[in-house]
Design a protein around this ligand. Structure first.
Ligand code: NAD
Length: 495
């Protein structure tokens, strides 16, 4: 079975003849082949989005909102189907797949309020009988390029807002789990979205490059690893587009000596191993402050060894990794951490997974006494590996976080309100949790990191999303004054 593109309201196989295998990470079996777009296929998708744009941008806000509302209703009723598709190709457990859809759905709900959010301003008599108003208009056809780890939620950070604001979309999902995007496209069609407003272009670098250089694409929203985010930002801005490129992460959780260690241990396990650590908001570095480290590590270890790893369809805690290559890469980091002298408290390489032997299994892994020069600390591992670093003071913890090239998310566990207030003020990270390990996206706030975790000026969704997908126009008008003051080559003054 070839998993096709969705262009102009229908499934299209494309012209490249190139495909990539899609696997079920719980069995290792190839379950399909995804079409990989040629530049020609990309141009067809871009042309469909460009052709649909004039009519969609002039469709009334009332009509657009009705379609988005209908999409929300269909999604809410049928999200179980989508969750199964995600688990089958990504491997994350079913409840987690449902969780990501629900977060994405919240952005759809937010987008239903777009008529209010894109209202302009009006000033009467800015000058004598001269009125000034501002409006926000869609930017045009836009590209969304998304990673494998949230095949539904990440695209939904962007397309509901883009579409509600009157843009048309070409979504390029990850080639590792491409079916969710196709399912979403068919749901849009059922909701009444006109053909060409939402297109799915399956593919790899060739498809991405075609989107980055096409003059018809006016904006690019990218989410993925830092090197590709930087590349996308530089290439697309050089081609005159506005770009928001969200990159990788290394998220720290600080535990102060006064914290409730049971709560902190629960949080570290949830945020470290949820979705097998394949979350941009996963906690991968735990910074234990002061004398609590031994107790805290013991509590985390006690919980970690009880986690069940296995087929995500069967009610286990943690699923497999996305591919065999990625599984082996993460296992390689565990080898390196051991070799560098970190203390391996729980070894995920020896997991007894509840699933078929061909699955890409790696159990939750806990390291203690990790130092900042080790690769398990410096690199984004993107797997179920939690590293504990020990420091003596709060100041050392903040210094360590602020020295990281990443700045996506962070958390602090404490009962001291003053310390928490200081942390939120001093830490150089875009999203901060206080006694919350994964400050997950809230549709009506923005989502995005600092430093190498985001290239561009505006974060995803919330008011920043509305601004990203619209551009301002200011209109100055005079109707009632027949005299324009005659010839005067000077710069007009307000009178
Ligand atoms: P990735 O960078 O490999 O791929 C992301 C997208 O870019 C995919 O659609 C892929 O097809 C495309 N791509 C890959 N290589 C390319 C190349 N050379 N040229 C052009 N396009 C290319 O990322 P991934 O492995 O799919 O996802 C995991 C990464 O995404 C992690 O680093 C994670 O932290 C990050 N992520 C970040 C956020 C965030 O909000 N900051 C959210 C989710 C994931």
């Amino acid at each position: 079975m070839t998993i096709p593109h969705w262009i102009g309201g229908k499934r299209v196989t494309g012209t490249s003849g190139r495909t990539a295998p899609v696997t079920d990470p719980s069995t290792g079996a190839i379950t399909g082949e995804v079409a990989l777009a040629s530049t020609r296929d990309a141009d067809t998708a871009i042309a469909a989005a460009a052709a649909a744009f004039p009519t969609w941008r002039d469709t009334s806000l009332a009509r657009r909102t009705q379609i988005i509302f209908a999409f929300r209703e269909l999604l809410n009723a049928r999200k179980g189907e989508l969750a199964e598709i995600i688990t089958a190709e990504h491997g994350k457990v079913l409840s987690d797949a449902l969780g990501e859809i629900t977060r994405g759905q919240e952005v759809v709900e937010f987008a239903c309020g777009t008529p209010h959010l894109i209202k302009g301003e009006f000033t009467e008599n800015a000058s004598t009988r001269v009125d000034v108003s501002s409006i926000r208009q869609p930017v045009g056809p836009v590209a969304i390029i998304s990673p494998f780890n949230f095949p539904a939620m990440v695209p939904m950070w962007f397309f509901p807002v883009a579409i509600a604001a009157g843009n048309t979309v070409v979504l390029k999902p990850s080639e590792k789990d491409p079916s969710a995007a196709l399912w979403i496209a068919e749901l849009w069609a059922e909701a009444g979205l006109p053909d060409g407003v939402f297109n799915v272009l399956q593919g790899d670098r060739e498809a991405v490059d075609a989107l980055l250089v096409s003059p018809a694409i006016k904006a690019v929203s990218f989410v993925g690893s830092t090197p590709i985010a930087r590349y996308v930002y530089e290439r697309a801005t050089a081609h005159g587009k506005r770009v928001q490129a969200l990159g990788g992460a290394k998220n720290h959780m600080v535990v102060l000596p006064d914290a409730d260690l049971d709560l902190a241990a629960d949080a570290a396990v949830n945020a470290g191993y949820g979705s097998a650590g394949e979350r941009c908001m996963a906690i991968s570095a735990l910074v234990a402050v002061g004398a609590i480290a031994d107790d805290l590590v013991a509590k985390i270890a006690e919980r970690t060894v009880k986690l069940r790893t296995g087929d995500g369809m069967t009610g286990v805690d943690m699923g497999p990794l996305i591919t065999r290559a990625h599984r082996d890469k993460v296992a390689g980091y565990i080898d390196e951490g051991e070799g560098a002298g970190a203390r391996l408290v729980v070894d995920g390489r020896e997991v007894a997974a509840e699933g078929e032997s061909g699955g890409f299994w790696l159990g939750p892994t806990l390291f203690d006494h990790v130092t900042t020069d080790m690769s398990i600390y410096t690199d984004e591992i993107f797997g179920p590996v939690l590293s504990v670093l020990r420091v003596n003071t709060y100041e050392q913890a903040v210094e360590l976080i602020n020295a990281s090239p990443y700045g996506n998310g962070t958390a602090i566990y404490t009962n001291d309100g003053g310390a928490a207030r200081r942390f939120q003020n001093e830490v150089e990270v875009g999203m901060v949790g206080i006694n919350v390990p994964v400050p997950v996206p809230m549709a009506y706030y923005s989502f995005g990191g600092w430093k190498n975790s985001l290239f561009g000026d505006l974060h995803a969704h919330g008011m920043e999303g509305i601004r990203f997908f619209t551009r301002g126009k200011v209109i100055t008008s005079r109707w009632l004054d027949p005299s324009h003051g005659g010839i005067n080559l000077g710069f007009p003054e307000n009178t």
